[in-house]
Design a protein. Structure first.
Length: 187
């Protein structure tokens, strides 16, 4: 026997070749290692972006628009402690409308008649000022009592007259209550 090692490959008539892979240099090894980490990360990022293409609301849904959210978050009312002996200056119907009523009546939100829309205000005006004032003070449909505002009954009445007159009515603005009547009723 010979001193050289005997391989099975030699007996089959083959040549003794070293086992080689596709990576032959250190640069190829580094590139392969980096690619094995970078490519899966890029694929994962692309899949996440594909799945979450942004917030999608249902067709026709306006519940998440800024106006709808602001309307749901607006304050309904607030408590103010006042000294009854100090007379207060009553606001005009236009001031009350701008401060409270315009949130719904300027755009017709929740079925509220738009200011200046004679067709929408016509049937309401026919019921008379007292019926309109009663609806405004007690609330009707989606509108809360006094429109959810901080105004007294006379100011709400002035706002009702302002809106109704914009829709074609000819109501007179309510006058301020007499100071003597409020002083006489004070305890």
């Amino acid at each position: 026997m010979s001193d050289t090692p005997h391989h099975a490959n030699d007996e089959a008539g083959g040549h003794d070749l070293p086992h080689e892979g596709p990576i032959k240099t250190s640069k190829q090894l580094i590139a392969t290692v980096v690619a094995s980490f970078v490519i899966p990360i890029v694929v994962i990022i692309l899949l996440v972006n594909y799945v979450d293409m942004g917030a999608r609301t249902a067709a026709g849904s306006t519940g998440l628009q800024a106006e709808a959210v602001a309307l749901r978050l607006q304050p309904i009312g607030k408590v103010t402690v006042r000294d009854p002996s100090v007379p207060t200056v009553l606001r005009t119907g236009q001031q009350v409308f701008a401060g409270q009523c315009s949130a719904c009546h300027a755009n017709g939100v929740a079925g509220a008649p738009k200011v200046g829309d004679a067709a929408a205000w016509g049937p309401r005006i026919k019921t008379g000022y007292e019926a309109l004032l009663n609806s405004a003070l007690k609330g009707k449909n989606a509108m809360g009592a006094q429109g959810g505002g901080e105004y007294n009954d006379t100011e709400v009445g002035r706002a009702v007259v302002y809106m109704a007159n914009q829709g074609g009515a000819k109501f007179d603005e309510p006058k301020a209550p007499a100071p003597a009547a409020s002083a006489a009723s004070a305890p």
